[in-house]
Design a protein around this ligand. Structure first.
Ligand code: DUC
Ligand code: ZN
Ligand code: ZN
Length: 496
């Protein structure tokens, strides 16, 4: 036997990245890609990828895992179950949340989530820090210290009663992020419109889950985007707008980017593949499709696809937030709950890639390279995980997925492995399925079997990188050259 040249060789597959597409073997040593070529020497392990598509592992940049909701319910996953589910679906990295609630010490929050992830995660992970209580100590001490430890993105809610930060606090957070060079991700919807509409609907007896869709009037998205972008431009702070659902929202983002602002945006499978009609089911069944913002219309789906095609939206993340359809989750307020009393969120970490592969690669919408870009390469770049993650390249982590492009799977409850116990995509058939999944060179899924140990996922510390770097395009009111000399950025805190 010749001596093995590699720990593992993925042999004979069609390798594709966001730009390349070629037949090659991938040689893996010490968890990283050591060689890409034809007829590579033997590996201690050999994976036959003939007939398969060999793609970088997916990066899901928006996943709520083992997270306490504003209403006090923990979603139905642990780090172990959510990351197992992710792995089955070809995702090898997730950015999840450390969620502060009012009164909580942010440093302790991060330590607690980090401990849960360390114990359970079996794919690699990083955190966005949810800031719900931007006290003086959070802003001045905890955010800078935590960003310095590798948590380089903050997340803010403009709605939800117990999470929304209000305009002044939002400015505080944008300002603090700028000083620490962190990206700010935002759930942007107009809180007043949602509250007002929710009250009217419930008062008049329109309480079924389907009214959740009109309870988030579509204009509440564009309004909040406009306000947020105005604030971000004023502070000169890059932002990421989460889960875009409407055509008007896409339009606002396109105009902001057209003016050269650093506004990034994601959407999610639920806004590409579902509509409000999905919630129109008997009784409380529609709760299984309830998420915020809600799914909209086919016209919105088309506008979002176009936004992705043109690059106005750069990512498709899952917004995985599973709640079981029982008293522990969706039905925690009982069988007569109004839509206002039902937890928002869908399972999605596992089917994000198969759904997109089916639409983009099998059915050809935007194609293979764009599939890799949206689901792996762009999140790696924006969240500064590249070049370690997000592509197939020498020196990168060997996060490699061998897809069977011909395998057809009918989606049904029980196909997925998260804790929700149902899939909102049941009844669809997808073509293309991740057969073999390697994380840092280790096979973690093969032939439908999970092989990774809980706790084997690694924390990925990161700085804000290029995406988080301010434009240095100061607003007139913030610019000493144009505001009668007022120096409003605080040098000691890293501002200019
Ligand atoms: N909406 C959110 O804002 N977060 C989690 C799930 C959801 O639907
Ligand atoms: Zn959100
Ligand atoms: Zn979310």
């Amino acid at each position: 036997m010749p001596q093995a040249a590699f720990d593992c060789v993925v042999r004979g597959g069609r390798v594709a990245t966001a730009v390349d597409d070629f037949l090659a073997d991938i040689g893996i040593a010490d968890g990283t890609i050591a060689a890409i070529g034809r007829n590579l020497g033997p590996g201690t392990a050999e994976i036959d990828a003939t007939g398969g598509l060999v793609l970088p592992g997916g990066i899901d940049a928006h996943a709520h895992i083992e997270q306490l909701s504003a209403a006090g319910i923990v979603n139905s996953d642990t780090f172990e179950s959510a990351t197992a589910s992710a792995a089955y679906g070809g995702t090898t990295t997730a950015i999840c949340f450390a969620a502060q609630h009012v009164g909580m010490d942010l440093k302790k929050v991060v330590a607690d989530y980090a401990a849960l992830a360390k114990k359970g995660a079996l794919i690699d992970y990083a955190f966005h820090l949810i800031i719900a209580d931007p006290t003086e100590v959070t802003i001045r001490e905890h955010i800078p210290a935590l960003v310095a430890q590798g948590h380089a993105s903050l997340k803010v809610f403009m709605t939800y009663d117990r999470l929304a930060v209000g305009d002044e606090k939002l400015l505080d957070i944008l300002f603090a992020a700028r000083a620490s060079a962190a990206l700010v991700c935002v759930h942007a919807e107009n809180h007043g419109m949602i509250t007002w509409m929710g009250k009217r609907l419930v008062e008049k007896g329109y309480v079924a889950p389907k009214y959740h869709t009109v309870g988030h009037p579509r204009g509440c998205e564009a309004e909040a985007f406009n306000r947020l972008i105005t604030f971000a431009e004023f502070i000169d702070q890059p932002i990421m707008i989460f889960h875009v659902s409407t055509a008007e929202g896409v339009d606002v983002i396109r105009r902001a980017r057209g003016r050269g602002l650093k506004v990034f945006a994601e959407t999610c499978p639920q806004y590409l593949f579902m509509t409000a009609q999905d919630l129109d089911k008997p009784g409380l069944e529609g709760a299984k499709w309830m998420c915020s913002p809600p799914p909209r219309s086919e016209t919105d789906q088309e506008a979002i696809w176009q936004g992705l095609a043109l690059g106005d939206l750069q990512l498709v993340s899952s917004d995985h937030a599973p709640y079981a359809f029982n008293a522990s989750g969706k039905l925690s307020a009982g069988p007569s709950a109004t839509f206002k009393q039902i937890a928002n969120g869908l399972p999605g970490i596992e089917l994000r890639l198969p759904l997109l592969f089916d639409a983009m690669v099998s059915k050809g919408r935007l194609g293979l390279h764009k599939f890799v870009e949206l689901t792996a390469t762009a999140p790696a770049k924006i969240y500064n995980l590249a070049p370690r993650k997000g592509s197939i390249a020498i020196g990168a982590d060997a996060d490699v997925v061998v897809w069977d492009p011909k395998r057809t799977v009918k989606l049904a409850d029980g196909v997925t492995h998260d804790g929700a116990g149902y899939t909102p995509y049941l009844g669809r058939t997808v073509t293309g399925w991740p057969d073999t999944v390697l994380r840092r060179g280790e096979v973690i899924v093969r032939n439908g079997k999970l092989a990774a140990k809980p706790g084997s996922g690694a924390f990925l510390p990161r700085t804000g990188g290029e995406a988080a770097r301010p434009l240095q395009r100061l607003a007139p009111d913030m610019d000493p050259a144009r505001n009668f000399g007022a120096k409003l950025y605080d040098r000691e805190r890293g501002g200019s």
